[in-house]
Write a protein that binds this ligand. Structure first.
Ligand SMILES: *Cc1c(COP(=O)(O)O)cnc(C)c1O
Length: 418
């Protein structure tokens, strides 16, 4: 459910015509709906009645300050995977005591920053990382709160690039080694074991993998409690899928019922790390058609947005619905929608049955709010596009378009190059 709809054949974001924003800021640009962001955040937060829980929005899905601030104001926490995200989160107003830190490759300076900030929990992904966090905490004369990210070896049945909870993935500690990791953490004097964590993948469209992972975690918790290692926080990660095309993912309510059923009576405090399910359908990418081209047996719609703006189609063969900003009766075509980047992998859609869009027309790439702008790059020296947020009948540019001068900011010539 989102607030991008046609009113008299003009695509609107809430009450603002998308065309009006395009006229003011130019294309391409990302556009977010405040009402959708808020609604999706609250849908997750309110899906767990009578359960002590903290919704730690997964920053990496969309790290814009305005979006982070919105979730901080709704009482959210934050799931981060780098020192950079910690910085953004603190700037956006998240209390450090509501921030959990995941990731397989935490650097020393990042661990120090998180310790000095006083975050809620490190989600630790290796024995060596446990040792390093213990040392850094010892040097600061403090105690680091840790959870171990357990890899339950569950198939999330999603794209291989976004499955993370299989034995062969780099994430977490294998569930068979997890008890030993907990005993190790428990012995280290500057660590306090506070929780357990898992995150099995992204864009998951069934509840069964979540149920399997959670059951495996609950067994482990029972075993650890039996050894006197108390676990208070149960962090079940993120991963709930959304509808891009014809997927029918469980809604937050169904997901929540499964989770609450498996953890019932455990007395655990629940931590969630949703990303995509909150922001994915709350954003679109708006682009202009530059050219049409027909070659042999192929039709191309060439737009001013490319893989550097939205990488998902190129990286994961991801499907994004493409809609005309102005709807009218017209023939359909079968075409590739491609960008200006000098790569054959630069496409937004392939072999797509779609309206016959002409040069100068605007199109909307739907469901681009998650892993959209934050994965964008300057490849081919293309300035990154602006981000705009709409609330009711107002819009605001929450990030300006980069200028060409921004492209060489920070560069310098060495004395030996004349
Ligand atoms: C990416 C990530 C998430 C969020 O995943 P979504 O599929 O966007 O919900 C949560 N936790 C961790 C550790 C992640 O890496």
């Amino acid at each position: 459910m989102h607030y991008f709809d046609y009113v008299a054949d003009e695509l609107h974001c809430e009450q603002v015509p998308v065309r009006r924003i395009a006229e003011e800021v130019g294309t391409p640009f990302y556009l977010y709906s405040h009402a959708t962001l808020r609604r999706h955040f609250l849908a997750v937060q309110e899906a767990f009645p009578d359960t002590e829980r903290l919704v730690c929005y997964s920053a990496k899905a969309n790290t814009s300050q305005a979006i982070l601030r919105l979730f901080a104001d709704l009482g959210g926490g934050l799931d981060i995977v780098s020192g950079g995200e910690l910085y953004r989160g603190l700037k956006a107003g998240f209390a450090p005591g509501r921030i959990v830190y995941s990731g397989v490759g935490k650097r020393v300076d990042e661990i120090d920053y998180a310790l000095d900030s006083g975050i809620l929990q490190f989600n630790v992904e290796s024995f060596q990382e446990l040792d390093l966090i213990d040392q850094r905490a010892a040097a600061r004369n403090t105690i680091a709160p840790v959870a171990i990210r357990v890899n339950p070896d569950v198939d999330p049945k999603t794209h291989p690039y976004i499955s993370t909870g299989l034995k062969k993935n780099k994430f977490g500690i294998n569930h068979r080694d997890a008890p030993e990791a907990y005993r190790h953490a428990d012995r280290l004097p500057h660590l306090e074991v506070v929780g357990i964590d898992c995150h099995i993948g992204s864009q998951i469209t069934e509840v069964q993998p979540f149920r399997d992972a959670l059951k495996s975690l609950m067994e482990l918790i029972g075993e650890l409690r039996g050894e006197g290692i108390d676990i208070r926080n149960l962090d079940i990660g993120g991963g709930l899928g959304i509808t891009y095309g014809d997927e029918q993912p469980p809604d937050p309510g169904e997901y929540a019922r499964t989770v609450m059923e498996v953890m019932a009576g455990s007395g655990l405090r629940l931590i969630l790390e949703p990303g995509r399910v909150i922001v994915g359908n709350a954003g679109i990418l708006v682009a202009s058609v530059l050219y049409r081209k027909h070659s042999e047996d192929k039709e191309f719609v060439i737009t001013d947005a490319g893989m550097n703006d939205l990488l998902r189609p190129s990286l994961y063969q991801a499907y994004h619905e493409i809609r005309p900003v102005r709807r009218r009766k017209r023939p359909e075509i079968r075409a590739d929608v491609v960008g200006p980047i000098c790569e054959s992998g630069d496409f937004l859609a392939q072999d797509r049955q779609m309206p016959d869009l002409q040069p100068g027309e605007l199109l909307a790439v739907m469901s681009a709010g998650a892993y959209g702008f934050c994965m964008s790059s300057n490849y081919c020296s293309r300035p990154r596009v602006p981000e705009v947020m709409v609330k009711d009948d107002q819009f605001h540019v929450i990030r300006q378009r980069e200028r060409v001068a921004d492209l060489i900011r920070g560069e310098s010539l060495p004395p030996f190059v004349k």
